[in-house]
Ligand binder design. Structure first.
Ligand code: BGC
Length: 773
């Protein structure tokens, strides 16, 4: 943010491949046969560059760069185009150790603007024209009335200008569905959706939430919440998409697209540096510029590229200045990321009139303490220009026009019934997909071959659906785990239950049962961070007491994020049920009894110790000293073993990865990482292969970063060919001295696996980057 030279000036010397055995292809019209021979480094590099320039010069060229195999299996994956050809020339695929010879790409002449994700400007041209025509006709007082909140039946409201057909704006939370109103669906929390790693599902969920908002008469949904789970105990992590900027960006794109498909404006919040609740209205987040651009802006960049209509600035300060009056941050958003919509303040986060308006705040919420009479006076005095006021209004009207609110204004009402059978089915599907199996020994799960089951813990009968604060949804009902388990178990299994927190009571029923299920809940809310990741003495003692008398003890945790598990070695299985919404019990029972194989993957790391990752900072300054090393990246850098790693999640079946190849896609700059995943077990299952990139050392990145993922459903014995696209943007780093992104030259390792710590395949790629080295 602070402009200036970086202390961590990168120098990325181009690495030369070392001599070694190399597969060399003879190719004719896209068909290659491979042999192997000893190559000198010079020959390899020359061949790499020759090949690379062929690739770069020929936009429609497709070819295999490494590890090519002919696979007749089914192709799966985001943008799996199947457009890659079979031309190849070197090895370097699965199992290669070291960063020796590998294929190369030359991106040195790449236009750096392509390293940023952007909305196509053509998408806003018409809306701009419509907004401009309206701004010209608005009186000064009408313009002023559009830039602050007013009274209304919703969480926020802005008056309309009926004479010009500008509808009133109605604003409502939030990230987990419609809040404060009845007859809505209580969907799972965003952290549960993040655990699905499922873009398509997130888009459907966004669309369903948007549809409910629209039915309720809402024009602007105050979601998605895209701050990152930097602090495992942060109170709003349940509203987030987890700790990884890439995962969050991908799901943000899907959520925004879904919400806005219903003619509801989405709001990306909270911009920026709002990663904890402790002292959130006074604390100042100190984030170095590179980290800000690479980590914390990334989800907002994705929201903007997806066409998000509004951004909410946060309560906290950034580098000493309130986020809602931060000229640099707001310029980074509008000019840097190309945001054409409007910035509204969080509720009560406006602290000035003139400074905030001139810094880039476009709308005060929820009232007019600063943007009412004060702004009117300022415009009269010229301390805020009318041009700036026009810009504020134009931004609001541009988003309204682009999302279609002029031709199709919201007509719903707060009392309308918004939920539906389809939405409840989607809520169940999402909750089921999110269930994350962390441990499963001795076939503890699924629950088969039982005659009796002890169900223990308050959260089994008084179920948790979601978190607290502005995202809390009024649940019409919550299916309790106990109720659903009894239903599913039928008469064949005797189910006994206690909600007593007393360890002896729990042990008494556990001792007599074939298996014991302990269901525990961890509450979390906006406004305060969790005091600790520890479940507390009483809950831990309860699990220990049950495990001591029953060797098939299964723990289910409804938690917004990481918790410590001092009893882990003594239990057979652990399931994270997140905040699953109203269909809690049905989703859980389906997974516990094996009707569905668990598919969730951790969107946050579970550290072994509370101090391995940042704690909420209670000083005036919240220092993001870990820089780029958020979440698993920090654990990787420090060589700390997590309790459970980012991306981890088991299934009832097993998967094998094989045959990784690196291909050049049809587009000259896009690569495709292709590999096979086989279901080697006896049940159906879904695997989420993840792609991690390891930069050359000189890039000074964390050891590895997520840069792709897919989801494959497999019947027993089935193999799918998975294709994960990889373009220059995935290789970028931010250089503060140039205030721009670069692709560092050097040799990268591309790794694919089942979690950030379970990497099964790898290859290397030499990149001639944009850094001129
Ligand atoms: C929260 C926002 C929310 C707003 C309106 C604030 O306290 O931080 O996320 O949208 O209230 O309810």
């Amino acid at each position: 943010m602070a402009r200036g030279r970086s202390k961590r000036r990168r120098q990325a010397p181009r690495r030369r491949p070392t001599p070694g055995r190399s597969f060399v292809a003879t190719c004719d019209r896209g068909r290659c046969s491979r042999g192997s021979r000893w190559e000198s480094p010079a020959t390899i590099l020359a061949a790499s560059l020759r090949f690379a320039s062929l690739v770069v010069l020929s936009p429609s060229f497709g070819g295999c760069l490494a590890g090519c195999t002919d696979s007749g299996s089914h192709e799966e994956g985001p943008n799996a185009t199947g457009g890659a050809g079979t031309l190849g020339y070197t090895g370097g695929a699965a199992g290669n150790a070291g960063r020796a010879a590998g294929p190369a790409v030359d991106w040195s002449s790449l236009d750096r603007s392509t390293l940023r994700a952007r909305l196509d400007p053509a998408d806003v041209t018409m809306a701009h024209q419509q907004a401009d025509a309206l701004v010209e006709q608005l009186t000064l007082s009408e313009k002023l009335s559009l830039v602050h909140g007013a009274e209304g039946d919703y969480v926020g409201a802005v008056v309309g200008v009926p004479r010009l057909g500008i509808p009133a704006l109605t604003l409502q939370d939030g990230p987990a569905g419609v809040t404060q109103l009845d007859d809505v669906t209580a969907f799972p929390a965003p952290i549960a959706l993040a655990a699905t790693f499922d873009r398509e599902l997130v888009e459907l969920w966004g669309a369903a939430m948007g549809r409910e908002q629209r039915t309720k008469g809402v024009a602007v949904q105050l979601a998605p919440m895209i701050n990152l789970a930097r602090v495992p105990a942060a109170g709003r992590n349940f509203e987030s998409f987890g700790e990884d900027p890439y995962l969050c960006a991908e799901l943000t794109r899907a959520a925004v697209t879904g919400i806005q498909s219903q003619r509801v404006i989405a709001t990306a919040k909270h911009f920026v540096g709002n990663e904890q609740e402790t002292d959130r209205t006074t604390g100042s987040s100190e984030i170095d510029e590179r980290t800000l651009h690479e980590i914390y802006y990334a989800p907002f960049e994705a929201a903007v590229a997806a066409g998000v209509g509004a951004v909410m600035c946060s309560y906290n300060r950034v580098g000493g200045t309130y986020a809602c009056e931060h000229p640099t941050a707001l310029a980074d958003l509008k000019e840097g990321l190309g945001f054409s919509g409007w910035v509204m303040s969080d509720w009560g986060a406006t602290h000035s009139g003139v400074e905030a308006a001139n810094a880039g705040l476009d709308m005060e919420m929820p009232g007019s303490a600063w943007f009412g009479a004060e702004l009117e006076t300022a415009v009269g005095l010229g301390t805020v220009s009318e041009t700036r006021l026009d810009d504020m209004v134009r931004r609001i009207l541009t988003s309204a026009a682009r999302i279609g609110l002029f031709e199709d204004p919201p007509v719903g009402s707060p009392s309308a019934v918004a939920t539906s059978v389809e939405h409840v089915a989607l809520a169940l599907r999402a909750a089921t997909s999110s269930m994350t199996l962390l441990k499963n020994e001795s076939g503890a799960l699924p629950l088969e071959g039982l005659r009796s089951l002890a169900v223990i813990g308050a959260a089994a009968s008084a179920p948790i659906a979601g978190g607290g604060g502005s995202a809390a949804v009024r649940v019409p009902y919550v299916v309790a785990p106990l109720q659903a388990i009894e239903q599913r178990a039928g008469t064949a299994v005797t189910v006994v239950h206690t909600s007593s927190p007393i360890a002896d009571d729990a042990a008494a029923i556990a001792a007599a049962a074939d298996a014991a299920l302990v269901v525990l809940g961890v509450e979390s809310s906006e406004g305060l961070d969790r005091p600790s990741l520890d479940l507390g003495d009483s809950a831990n003692a309860l699990v220990d007491a049950v495990a001591a008398v029953n060797s098939r003890t299964i723990v289910v945790l409804h938690t917004p994020g990481a918790v410590l598990m001092p009893w882990l070695e003594r239990v057979s299985a652990v399931v994270i049920g997140w905040y699953p919404g109203q269909e809690n019990g049905h989703a859980l029972a389906s997974v516990l009894f094996g009707d569905t194989s668990p598919t969730g993957k951790l969107p946050v790391s579970f550290p072994a110790s509370e101090s391995d990752l940042p704690l909420p900072d209670s000083s005036a300054t919240v220092s993001y000293t870990e820089g780029l090393e958020i979440g698993y990246r920090r654990l990787d850098t420090r060589g700390l073993a997590p309790l459970f790693s980012f991306g981890h999640g088991l299934s009832y079946t097993t998967f094998e990865y094989s045959d990784l190849s690196l291909n050049q896609a049809d587009s000259a700059q896009q690569l495709q990482v292709a590999f096979d995943v086989t279901n080697t077990g006896a049940r159906e299952g879904t695997e989420t292969p993840q792609l991690y990139l390891e930069y050359p050392d000189a890039a000074e990145e964390p050891p590895r970063v997520l840069r792709g993922f897919s989801r494959v459903e497999l019947a027993p014995g089935d193999t799918r060919h998975v294709v994960i696209p990889l373009g220059p943007r995935e290789f970028r780093v931010y250089d503060p001295s140039q205030q721009d992104f670069d692709v560092p030259s050097g040799t990268y390792r591309i790794r694919v696996g089942s979690s950030s710590r379970d990497l099964r395949l790898e290859t290397v790629l030499t990149v001639v980057g944009t850094d001129g080295s």
